[in-house]
Design a protein around this ligand. Structure first.
Ligand code: ACM
Length: 259
């Protein structure tokens, strides 16, 4: 299976422009799975919840959803993208997985970062894994990386590829994802963004460095600090081997009764 990540630099609030930028960049690319950044079409730094509500989509509605649905059909691929999700008067920092003729899968960010707590409600979906072709896919969003339980839970549920839409501002995540991959023997695909936002009085610089990492911790593909796209062939079955030595396994040797 070909797994791909796209790293963008969205203009805040310019949803149609940001989506057409994506569509132009991947027009001639082939992939089976494409992971896009957190909040990829709206931008990140909402002034307040009212502004986030005004740019949010209801589940399976709206411009972004329709565009991603069409993209998944055109490419015959699974698309995972981050978006602000309106549910009544609440907004969730969500990601949706869409593939042709498949049930969609929703994840709402569990661990909200810093001022996100002023805007978003903490996710209620929990973590889950779903099958797409020969891969078992799990989703977590950005700051979830800081909580090893998130990736562990997805791996324990059988996840083989952890898809990780992100808007990273702290420097440690790209390297920490090597550990997340290694400690769980799974693939990880982090799709981050670049650029800056300065809308609320605090300047945010997004670090790029999106990566696809193998279950043995090898960085298979990575982007720098510019916009970009990269794809690599992955073999989901490799993530079923949890062996470290002939006498050690990352799951078998756990001692949960002492944790
Ligand atoms: C983050 O969770 N967007 C830093």
């Amino acid at each position: 299976m070909i797994a791909a990540i796209f790293q963008n630099n969205p203009i805040f609030g310019a949803i149609e422009n940001n989506i057409s930028d994506l569509l132009g960049a991947i027009k001639s690319k082939d992939f089976d799975l494409l992971v896009l950044p957190e909040l990829f079409a709206t931008g990140y730094q909402f002034l307040d919840k009212t502004e986030a509500l005004s740019l949010a989509d209801e589940l399976e509605h709206g411009y972004t959803f329709e565009a991603m649905k069409q993209l998944s059909h055109e490419k015959n691929a699974l698309i995972i993208y981050g978006f602000p999700q309106r549910v009544g008067n609440e907004v969730f920092n969500s990601a949706l997985a869409i593939a042709p003729n498949e049930k969609n899968h929703l994840y709402q960010k569990m661990h909200l970062f810093d001022t996100e707590k002023n805007i978003f409600s903490p996710g209620k979906t929990g973590f889950s894994v779903f099958q797409y072709r020969d891969a078992k896919i799990g989703i977590m969003i950005c700051f979830d990386w800081r909580f090893p339980e998130a990736a562990r839970k997805l791996a324990l549920l059988g996840g083989q590829i952890i898809c990780h839409p992100s808007n990273l501002v702290m420097p440690h995540c790209p390297d920490a994802m090597i550990t997340r991959a290694l400690e769980n023997c799974v693939y990880t695909a982090t799709a981050n963004r670049v650029g800056e936002e300065y809308r609320t009085g605090s300047r945010l610089k997004f670090i790029g460095k999106s990566r696809i990492i193998a279950p043995n911790g090898e960085v298979l593909a990575e982007l720098g600090t510019e916009k970009g796209f990269v794809a690599v062939v992955v073999d989901p079955k490799l993530a079923d081997n949890k062996e470290v030595t002939s006498r050690n396994g990352v799951f078998d040797d756990r001692r949960p009764e002492f944790y």
